[in-house]
Design a protein around this ligand. Structure first.
Ligand code: C2E
Ligand code: CA
Ligand code: CA
Length: 736
């Protein structure tokens, strides 16, 4: 039963009980009134009458005795008569009042009246009979006494009646008081109960109100729909969503998906209880959760705007699959796309490319320049990809390695892509107002021709790129031999280990002559490997393998020792010939390199000033600061230092000034065509001028003709080295 109903029932009950009690009280009050009125109007006058009568009887008796005693009739008789009259009147009244209950009184009155007459006659006669008079008086007293007795009895009777009535009235009043108290208690009790329920109700209402606030205050849209899908309630958040997705609209159905009502019918027929779905409302991504309450024929719809979360998720996905620096898809994305391409069996070409000598750019120009170059190259590749007729996707795989995935039905497409890239690279890239002309190495392979798994395709593409990179500014297609050439390393490596033990290495020396007079001033130590079958392996073949495998440390140690021994030999023979020894990158970076040199100096006893260490320009620039440190120590030990293959690297002038070197060796690439090529001539002239400016000696290598010598001599090149003067050969043949 509802609380309001209960309260109404309680009210009605109180009113009804009140009415009944009022009727009872009124009835009791009336009865008490009657009784008290009776007491006042009947009993009291009766008593008064009795009292008067008793007084009159006494008075009458007293007057007659006085009359007897004084016999003064004239004086007393009127009084006696008057009293007797009064007695008569009072008797009549009493008779009326008691309605014949006192029949003996009139008789007594008659007796009194007769005795009074008899006494009067006797006393007023001249012969008064005193005895008779006394007897009459005695009788009179007797009659008075009898009347008195009757009247006393009457008085008692009346008093009893009055007392009974007073008691009755008191009882009535008591009943009324009891009823009033009962009613009051009942009202208090009901009031308490009602108070309790009202309080409970207030609390419940407050609770309900608080519960009602729950959807109101929910920051997410909440709606209640009837079974037909009409919106019955929507919280403020629902209106806020409406305002943000459909500004100005008041149609809440706008924030429901278009197919919502069709789906609702389907869900209802399928007896679904909870349905979750996503939908895009305007620009917002929303997640909906619909509860279908079949028994209540109503639906609760909860909406959550997950736009920010979705965007953050998309951002995270983007970051996971893209390179933060260039914004291009990254290696992971590349592998995903490639796997998808393979799964769909759609042919494609993978073009891997890297920037030649990128390390030297970063070490000489700083990482910011390197980053700028990567960013711009990424943009340039994306731009080229977008202008091509076939679909091309660009990726940055790692470091300075990029990859283009060319989707095509024809493997020739990749050549167009390469040509466009090469054309584009003719234009400089600008970073911080500096222009960079980059040369790229590219290697490519095709799916499905060159592999059918992402791993083989990536490995083959890289093999092609590596091969191209060795030569620089080159494009290489993948073929089986690429791996084969890598596989030829193994026998070389194994052979070299044995060669050290079997002493298959021999040192050759090539003269370095004074450009002016052609006199030998030095000799470059160049290693040769003679196999047991007499075949000679070129250092150009095995030195790179030795570098890769680390064997160069042992081989280099042997070379240095041989060079030191030979230099000491030349000195002992009286020839002032400085021996130049080639130092490879791996040796230079070797932790115990300086220690090794020191030990060999002690062991051979050679003066380091008779030794020149040749270090390639690119090697120094790989880590310029560190290299300068080592060069300074070498210089301190007393060695002469030369930069080999000068002009092919990226030496910055600012660094060159800091190098503690003695000479520059002009790369043979500039010497080869010196007679015919003006550019080469200019470059060589510039290098010589630079060297002079920095107080360095110059050595031109690869001089094969007299003309080349003459040109270099004219240019004031200090030393010459080349086949024109001597081919590398055994030391003993050098001076012949
Ligand atoms: P490199 O240091 O630039 O040595 C000069 C190369 O040019 C030598 O080739 C030499 O034989 C060759 N050459 C000299 N004059 C002429 C010339 O007039 N015309 C032509 N066409 N070539 C000439 P080689 O001996 O085959 O050495 C090749 C490279 O191997 C060297 O280049 C050097 O980088 C490396 N190498 C040679 N011996 C050693 C060594 O003992 N230790 C290390 N670490 N590297 C070495
Ligand atoms: Ca050299
Ligand atoms: Ca050289």
């Amino acid at each position: 039963m509802s609380l309001t109903k209960r309260i109404w029932i309680s009210f009605t009950l109180v009113i009804m009980v009140g009415l009944v009690l009022s009727l009872i009280i009124r009835d009791s009050g009336e009865k008490a009134g009657i009784k008290s009125r009776n007491l006042v109007s009947v009993a009291l006058p009766k008593l008064d009458l009795i009292k008067q009568l008793r007084a009159s009887i006494t008075e009458h008796e007293r007057l007659l005795y006085e009359y007897y005693a004084s016999t003064t009739r004239d004086e007393l008789w009127p009084q006696i008569q008057q009293t007797e009259q009064d007695l008569a009147t009072q008797l009549i009244d009493i008779n009326k009042g008691f309605a014949g209950h006192v029949m003996s009184l009139p008789k007594l009155y008659g007796d009194i009246k007769a005795l009074q007459r008899s006494l009067d006659r006797n006393l007023s006669s001249p012969r008064t009979n005193w005895d008779q008079a006394r007897a009459d008086l005695a009788l009179l007293t007797q009659a008075g006494k009898a009347a008195e007795d009757i009247l006393v009895t009457l008085t008692h009777e009346v008093e009893q009646q009055a007392q009974q009535q007073a008691q009755d009235t008191q009882a009535q009043i008591d009943t009324i008081v009891d009823l009033v108290i009962l009613y009051t208690l009942m009202i208090i009790f009901i009031a308490l109960i009602m108070g309790y329920f009202t309080q409970v109700n207030i609390r419940r209402t407050a609770k309900r109100k608080a519960l009602a606030k729950f959807p109101e205050r929910n920051p997410n849209p909440v709606m209640n729909l009837n079974w037909q899908g009409h919106i019955q309630f929507a919280n403020p958040a629902a209106y806020r969503l409406l305002e943000s997705t459909h500004p100005g609209s008041s149609k809440l159905t706008d924030i429901l998906p278009d197919d919502f009502h069709d789906n609702l019918k389907r869900w209802q027929t399928n007896h679904e209880s909870i349905v979750n779905f996503d939908a895009k409302i305007g620009r917002c991504h929303c997640q909906f959760s619909l509860s279908l309450l079949q028994d209540l024929e109503s639906c609760h719809l909860y909406i959550e705007d997950v736009t920010e979360r979705k965007e953050a998720q998309a951002q995270l996905e983007f970051q996971a699959l893209h390179d933060t620096h260039t914004g291009l898809p990254n290696r992971r994305k590349f592998e995903i796309d490639l796997s998808e391409q393979i799964r769909r069996k759609q042919p494609c070409s993978l073009l891997f490319l890297s920037i030649d000598r990128f390390k030297f750019i970063t070490s000489s120009q700083g990482y910011h320049a390197g980053d700028g170059i990567l960013l711009n190259l990424g943009k340039r590749l994306s731009h080229i990809s977008s202008t091509l007729s076939c679909q091309v996707k660009s990726y940055r795989l790692e470091g300075n390695t990029f990859c283009l995935m060319v989707l095509h039905p024809d493997t020739h497409e990749v050549n167009h892509v390469i040509r466009d890239i090469q054309n584009a690279m003719d234009n400089a890239l600008y970073v911080n107002q500096h222009s960079y002309f980059l040369s790229l190495s590219m290697g490519y392979c095709h799916f499905p021709q060159d592999g059918d798994t992402p791993q083989t395709l990536i490995s083959n593409g890289h093999a092609a790129l590596n091969h191209a990179r060795v030569q620089g500014n080159n494009v290489e297609a993948y073929n089986m031999q690429l791996h084969a050439s890598e596989q030829t390393w193994l026998p070389i490596e194994r052979g070299m280990r044995q060669a050290l033990v079997r002493e298959e290495f021999v040192m050759f020396y090539q003269a370095k002559v004074d450009a002016i007079n052609g006199k030998i001033t030095g000799a470059e130590a160049l290693i040769r490997w003679f196999k047991p079958d007499g075949d000679m392996v070129s250092p150009a073949t095995f030195i790179p393998v030795a570098e890769q495998t680390g064997l160069i440390i042992q081989i280099g140690h042997w070379v240095i020792e041989q060079g030191f021994v030979q230099a000491q030999h030349f000195q002992q023979q009286g020839h002032d010939i400085q021996v130049a020894i080639n130092i490879s990158a791996r040796q230079f970076q070797y932790r115990h390199f300086l220690e090794q040199l020191q030990n060999l100096l002690s062991k051979t006893g050679v003066n380091p000033k008779h030794i020149e260490l040749e270090i390639t320009e690119s090697l120094i620039m790989e880590n310029a600061e560190h290299s300068i440190g080592i060069m300074k120590q070498l210089k301190k030990m007393g060695f002469a230092l030369a930069i080999d293959d000068f002009g092919t690297g990226y030496s910055s002038l600012s660094y060159l000034k800091q190098f503690p070197i003695d000479s520059l060796k002009i790369d043979q690439a500039f010497v080869r065509n010196l007679e015919h090529d003006e550019d080469d001539k200019n470059i060589v002239a510039a290098i010589i001028a630079l060297a002079q400016h920095l107080n360095l000696k110059t050595i031109a290598e690869g001089v094969e003709t007299h003309e080349q010598w003459q040109i270099l001599k004219a240019m004031k090149c200090d030393y010459i080295q080349g086949y024109y003067f001597s081919k590398p050969d055994r030391a003993e043949l050098l001076l012949t």
